[in-house]
Design a protein. Sequence first.
Lengths: 159, 784
Amino acid sequence: MPTLDFTLNGRPVSVVAEAATLLVDLLRGPLALTGTHVGCDTAQCGACTVLLDGQAVKSCSVLAVQAQGAAVTTVEGLAGPDGTLHPVQEAFIACHGLQCGFCTPGMLITATCLLRSRQQPSDAEIAHALEGNLCRCTGYVNIVAAVRQAAAALSEAQA
Amino acid sequence: MKAAVDNPDAGRYGSGHAVRRIEDPALVQGRGRYTDDLAPAGQVFVRFVRSTQAHGRLVAIETAAALAVPGVLAVYTGADLEAAGVQPLPPARGFKRPDGQPMSTPPRRALALDRVRHVGEPVAAVVAVTREAARAAADRVVIDIEALSAVSDALSAVAAGAVEVWPGAPGNVLAEAQAGDAAAVAAAFAGAAHRVALDLVNQRLAPSTMEPRSVLAWVEGGRLNLSLSSQMPTNVRAGLAATLPGQNLESVRVRVGDVGGGFGMKSVLYPEDVFVAWAALQLQRPVKWQAERLEDFLSAAHGRDLLSHAEMALDARGRVLALRVRSLANVGALPTGSGVVIQLLIGPWVSTSVYDIPAIDIKVSAVLSHTAATGAYRGAGRPEAIYTIERLMDAAARELGIDGAELRRRNFIPPAQMPYRNAMGQTYDCGQFERLLDQGLALADWPGFEARCAASLARGLLRGRGIATFLEWTGGNALEEQVQVRISADGHVELTSATMAMGQGIATSYAQLAVDVFGVAIDRIRILQGDTDRANGFGSAGSRSLFTGGAAVRVAAQNAVAEGRELAAQALEAAVVDIEYRHGRYEVAGTDLGIDLFELARRQPGRAILAEGGAKAAAPSWPNACHLCEVEVDPATGAVQIVAYASVNDIGRIVSPDIVRGQIEGGALQGIGQALCERVVYDADGQLASASYMDYALPRADLFRDFKTVFDESVPCLTNSLGAKGVGELGTIGATPAVVNAVVDALARGGLGREAEKLQMPLTAETVWRGLRRDFGPGLKLPD
C-alpha cells in the first residue's frame, strides 16, 4: 500500500492508504476527521467538499492518492490556530445559516473557495457557486446571506 | 463565572430575542457527533443485500462465496433470524378493511423470509471487519428470486385482477376510513348553486434528510446499546424490546447524538435497525450500518402518495356548503403504523381547514403496492388535506367568477366562533384567519397584481398568483412532557428532556426559556437529550417539542428556583418568604446578604441542586397562516419561475425569532420542491427510477430564496402555558398549494381557463409545457 505525504489543515501528515481508498474515507477513517460528511453516493450533495490545493473538490470523488504532495483543508482547518473562527464560520452562526449542520462543512468549504476568487459576489453568483451543495433544512436563504456577510467581513479585514 | 452570573444583562438571551444557537459552534467546526462519527474499537460493518425484484418468491440464497471473502464474520438471512426468534416489527393497527374485519398487514421483518415485496427490501446481511470487505462480500451473495408480477401505484393495485400484495388485504385494500355525514353532504350537493370537482395527485416524495439513516449497536455491561439517528429514541427502544428475543425495556439503552435532519423520516424503527442490534448481540462486537443514499431512497419512509377526487358544493354567494373527498393512499408493501394513520386519520382531521364548512363526507382507502412503505414526512397528512381544499377554493373562485381571496374571506371561521369544532370533530382553540389574510394581501401587494401581470406579459411571460390560507394540527396528540434539572457546582444548569433535537434548534429554544427563569447567561444552560436511560417520552414529531417540552422546561426551571430558595433560606439563616431570586443569586430582601446559585449548589450533597417538572397541553395547537405566491411561466419552455413569495404566520408566542423564520422558509422550500420538482418514480414493474439526486430533483440554492415572512404574535395558543403553536411543518404545508395555485392561475389567464386545473404536481417545465398544449396525461379515474 502506498504511503501518502501531504499537508492536512496546515500540518504534514504521512499515512498509508490503499490505492482504491477515497479521500473522504481516508479523512473520516484513519485520520479521524469526521467533520467531512457523506450525504450521497453520486457526487451530488457536496457534504464531503474539502479544499485540495485551494480548490473545492468533492472528496467522495477524489482518490486519497491524489492528495499526495498537496494541501488539504477540511472544515476542522478553517478556524485559526488559536481557535478564532473563520469569517465564514462566524457568518454562518450569525445568520442562522445552518440547522441540522450535516451539509454545513461542505457549504463552508465551498463558500471559502468562492470568496478566495470573488471578493464581492452577487447573491446569484453565491447561489450558483453553492449549486453543488444540497441543504434540506434552511431553504438556502440564510446560507446565501451568510456568504454575503462573510464576503463583507473578509474585505473589511483586508481594507 | 461570577461575572457571568452577576451580569445584570444576563437575561438578554431569554425568549423572544434573536440569539446565536448554542448548537452552532461545534457544528461549524466539524465537531458534531453524528452516529457515523462514532468509531468504537473493534467496530464491524453491515452491508445489506437487497431485493432487485418488486415482487417474488425467495428460492435460494447462496452465501458461501461471500463467507470466503477475507474479513467477513458472518452472512445472515431471514431464516437465521427466524430461527433465532427475532420477531417482525410492530405492525400497523387500528383500522378496518372494507368488509369490517380488522386490518391485516404482511410481516415486516428485519430480513425477508420466503417472499420479497418491494425493490430494496433487505434479504441478507453481511458483517465484516471493514466496509470494503462487507461490500465485496455482499456482491458475492447470490439471491435466486422467482419474479412475480407487481403493482407499483394505487390505481393499478385496486384494478380488477391485480396481483395481491398480501392475502389479508383483498383487492389490495388494506384498510378504509370513512367520516362525516354522507347523507347531509349529498343533500347539500343536490341543492347547491355551484359544484366544483378536481382530481388531484399528491405525489410520493423522498424526505431526504441530508444525513442518511445510521445506526451503531454494541453490548456494554450486559445491556444492548444503540446509538442511532432518530427523532424518537424511546420508540426505538420499545421496538427493539418487542422484536429481539430476551430483550426488554430495561435491557436496552438507546442514545442519539447529532441528527442530520429528521422531517418525520427518522421517527420509526427500521428493519435495518433491528438487524444491526441483533447482530451486535450475536457477535458481541460493535456493529455499524451507515445507509448509502441509494438505500434511503429504496427503504427509508417515503411521504405523501395520495390520489383524490374532491368535490365542493357552494351556495350562490360563495359559501361552502359541503366537501366530499375520495382518496386512495398508496402505503407501500410493508406498511408502517404511521404511514396508515397519517392518511386515514390525521390528514382528514384538517380537511375543512380554516373554513366554516358544515358538512363533510370523506373516505380514504389505504392501498398496498409493491413499493417502499410510506410514513411521516414534514406535514404528514396535513399537506395532502390542505392541498386538496386550497385547490378546490381556487377552482370554486373561478366557477363563481370572484377573487380567490374574497371567496376565502366569505368562508373563514370568525373569531367569535372560537373555540370551533370542525366537521371532523376537531376543536380549534383560536385563530384570526381573516386578519392574517388581510396582512398577507398587503404584504404581497395583491391589488398591484394586474399591473405586474401586464408587465410580465409585455416580456412574453404568463404571470399567476396563488394563495393558501390554512391551519394545521400539531402535537401528535402526545401532549405531556417531563424535564429534569440539575444545577451543578461547576456553573451550569442542565436540563434533560425526552424530546429530540434534529436540527430544528430546540436546544437553543429550551435554553432561552430556561434563561427567562434563571436569569443567567445562556452559555450557563446545557440541554441534554437522546438517552433513554435519562429520559423517556414520545420524542420529537408533529411539531410538538416547544409547546409540550418547552412548557415543561419552564415549570421544571421554576421548580428548581423554588427548591433553591428553600436551600438558600437554610444557608442564609432566613425565612423562605424573605428570599429573593434574581440573575443567578438569592438574596435576603432588604439586606446585602446573599448567595450565588452555583455556590449554593456547591454546598449541597452531590454538589448539585436537583428538581424536575412537567407540563401537559390541554389540546393540540393549531398554527395557521396565509401564504401567497407569484410565478412567471415561460410559454415557450414551460419553465416556472417563482417571482414573489409572502407569508403571514400565526404560531402564537415566539421564543426564538431566527429559528422560527428558518423553519418557515426552509419548510416552504420543501413545499416548493413538491410543487415544482420532486417525485419518487416507480416504473410499472416496481423498479425505482428516482434513486439518486441525479434523478430525484431536490431544490438547490438557485431555486428561490426571496421570502417575505411575517409573524403575527397576537393570538397566543390557549392550550399550553407558553402560548406557543407548533412551527415545524407550517411552511411546507402552505407552500405547495400557494405555488401550484399560482401556476394554475398563470395558465388559466394564459388562455386555458378552467382546463388549467388539470395540472398535476410536480410542475416541471415539461408538465407545464404540455399543459399549455392541453396535454394533461391520461388523467385519474378513481374507482367509485
